[in-house]
Design a protein around this ligand. Structure first.
Ligand code: AHR
Length: 619
């Protein structure tokens, strides 16, 4: 029997409770949500970033009678932000050129669907370029571009595919002579809401079907790890995410190598995120770095002049989102096609920066925002619950700073979610509200989804203190997995929502106004109380381990540290515990799911962990 107290006032559920956390992880943008079908369209892939990359990644030769030499060149580039291009030298009769293999298996092409092709070209002699979309045996679409003699110019055409494949190729052929090519691009016309430079419709629809009230972006660790200077032809292995580099004409956005170990084109940039949020009925919720790296890398920005630029960039972002068209940045938004302000309400400052420099830098940003835009709600962060004492320290700092919200992150076993339904019952109602910005039980099985559903009832019951909540991560390309579990999985032409997705959807599309007190009488299935348990599966909240040693199969020591130092993204496996010399010692198989955390060498290793919890240690 379910007893609901219909006379009680209940807890008011805020209008923004359910949203999504989008991060460019698992190739979520290029080869994912971003509908561009050509991989490495601007030839910026570089071995400095990733050993397997070359400027010709995803490109190869196409010789149709004539002979081609392909080279990535850099003299007189398209513009200073786009330094590399493809130089095709063709000799002989017939045509020759280059083939792009797309992402995953290849370009998905569908009979009857319209495709928009564009490229920048330069030739000394005029001549036609033939561009075909092929499936290995047949031409499914064709366009001819008449290239004039002279400098760089953009050429565009469109075609309707005559056949269907999920492993297509795009072939660009030139006549004899030299042709320089850049920004070779192919989009399906039917992007989500028909936006140019838009989003892949099936993935966008899955997201829209969640009816998210906010879209947190662009990360995660993708937001705040890297060097700080803007692109200046420098081939820094990884520049920190800088929003100004991601707006304006796509050919002027410098590509970057991201935290998750792959090249990002910034084809989806800040304008597209704002636009996409609006298209799915959500508020944009950007997260910016405050000049402190996070996610295991401590690289603080201490130079005051540089920091001042970062503060200014943050203010400029708010103007870009909300300023009138007469303002400098509002005018840029209008020029990109959106004169109306986007209506930004929230801004996230930082993501998992468990370093003292966060305490130094954050106030500079928060104070400047408060002074200029007092209505914007500022979200500080607490790092992951697994970060032990730092989590509490970060929370206290946010309270002292009078942040509006605190972004909490946790990835735990389903049992933890069942046992912690009451987590927020005792949270302070007078301080900052909670943004559960990242959470997931570790798996995409039905049991995980049920544990999350159970947990969400606790979140709703505490909706007076939990203002926002989003599962993480949102998207994963089956062929490029940095992190599991994820809400939505896809390849180049198919996508599905996990059981966890359907739980999110069930809750987010059925939000009540108030949660009334209720009790249940009758048989209930037992819910394990694991609050006192010890084990890798429970480390996020219950246990903090010191002196952890991680060794690979050949005995090499990969890590010798403690978990509080930020080693926390591993999938726990079955383990055994024994008490030895007054300490608990666990041996377990774990897999490092965060391929670039700390050291790339850990990527996808299965490691044996011996963790020792000394008597009396925290937890
Ligand atoms: O959601 C995956 C990662 O988990 C995020 O990038 C980061 O914030 C957290 O460590």
């Amino acid at each position: 029997k379910l007893n609901v107290d219909t006379r009680a006032k209940g807890t008011k559920v805020g209008p923004d409770l359910y949203g999504v956390f989008y991060e460019d992880i698992n190739h979520a943008a290029d080869g994912g949500l971003y509908a561009e079908l050509v991989q490495n369209r601007s030839f910026e892939f570089n071995a400095t970033d990733e050993r397997s990359y070359t400027g010709l990644t995803a490109w190869s030769k196409a010789e149709r009678g004539a002979t081609a030499t392909l080279a990535v060149a850099g003299e007189e580039p398209l513009n200073p932000q786009n330094r590399n291009y493809l130089r095709v030298d063709v000799t002989g009769d017939g045509t020759a050129g280059a083939v792009n293999a797309g992402f995953n298996r290849g370009l998905p092409l569908k009979a009857g669907r319209r495709y928009d092709l564009s490229l920048w070209a330069r030739r000394t002699e005029p001549g036609p370029l033939t561009v075909t979309a092929e499936d290995g045996t047949s031409v499914l679409g064709k366009a001819t571009l008449q290239v004039k003699a002279g400098g760089w110019a953009k050429y565009a055409a469109s075609f309707t595919a005559s056949g269907t494949t999920d492993a297509g190729r795009l072939v660009v052929q030139a006549p004899a002579g030299r042709t320089d090519l850049d920004m070779v691009s192919l989009f399906p016309r039917d992007t989500y809401k028909g936006r140019r430079n838009g989003m892949r419709a099936d993935l966008a629809k899955l997201i829209a079907d969640l009816e998210p009230q906010f879209l947190r972006f662009p990360g995660g660790c993708v937001t705040n790890v890297g060097t700080y200077d803007p692109y200046a032809g420098n081939q820094d292995r990884r520049r920190i995410y800088q929003w100004k580099e991601t707006i304006g004409p796509v050919e002027e956005r410098p590509a970057n190598f991201n935290f998750w170990g792959y090249n990002q084109s910034y084809g989806i940039g800040y304008y597209e995120y704002f636009q996409f949020a609006e298209d799915v009925g959500a508020e944009a919720l950007p997260v910016l770095s405050v000049g402190v790296n996070g996610c295991g890398e401590n690289r603080p920005l201490t130079d005051e002049a540089k920091l001042a630029r970062w503060v200014q960039d943050t203010l400029d972002l708010i103007e870009f989102a909300n300023g009138p068209v007469t303002s400098v940045w509002g005018a840029k938004r209008a020029a990109m096609g959106h004169p109306k302000p986007f209506g930004l309400d929230y801004i996230g400052l930082g993501n998992e920066e468990i370093y003292p420099e966060f305490f130094t830098n954050y106030p500079k940003f928060a104070d400047a925002i408060r002074a200029r835009y007092p209505k914007i709600k500022i979200i500080s962060n607490s790092g992951q619950t697994s970060q032990g004492a730092w989590f509490d320290r970060m929370w206290q700092f946010a309270r002292d700073q009078k942040a509006d919200l605190v972004d909490e992150h946790y990835y735990n076993n389903p049992d933890w979610f069942l046992a912690n339904n009451h987590r927020y019952d005792s949270y302070d109602r007078t301080g900052p509200k909670v943004f559960v910005g990242e959470y997931a039980s570790r798996g995409n099985a039905l049991s995980n989804a049920l544990a999350e559903a159970s947990y969400l009832t606790g979140i709703e019951r505490n909706a007076d203190v939990v203002e926002l909540a989003s599962y993480a991560p949102l998207l994963a390309n089956v062929d490029y997995v940095d992190w599991t579990p994820d809400l939505i999985w896809f390849d180049n032409d198919e996508a599905y929502g996990t059981p966890n997705y359907h739980v999110q959807r069930l809750f987010s599309t059925n939000v009540g106004d108030r949660v009334l007190p209720s009790t249940f009488e009758g048989e209930t299935a037992p819910v394990a109380d694991i609050s006192g348990a010890i084990g890798l599966g429970a480390w996020n909240t219950q246990v903090r381990y010191d002196d952890v040693k991680v060794t690979s199969a050949d005995g090499t020591v990969l890590l010798s540290d403690d978990f509080a130092a930020g080693a926390g993204a591993w999938t726990p496996g079955a383990g055994t515990w024994a008490v030895q010399d007054g300490a608990y010692v666990q041996t377990a198989q774990v897999e490092d799911a965060r391929s670039t955390a700390g050291s790339a060498e850990w990527s996808n290793y299965t490691m044996e962990v011996t963790a020792r919890k000394t008597a009396g240690a925290e937890g």
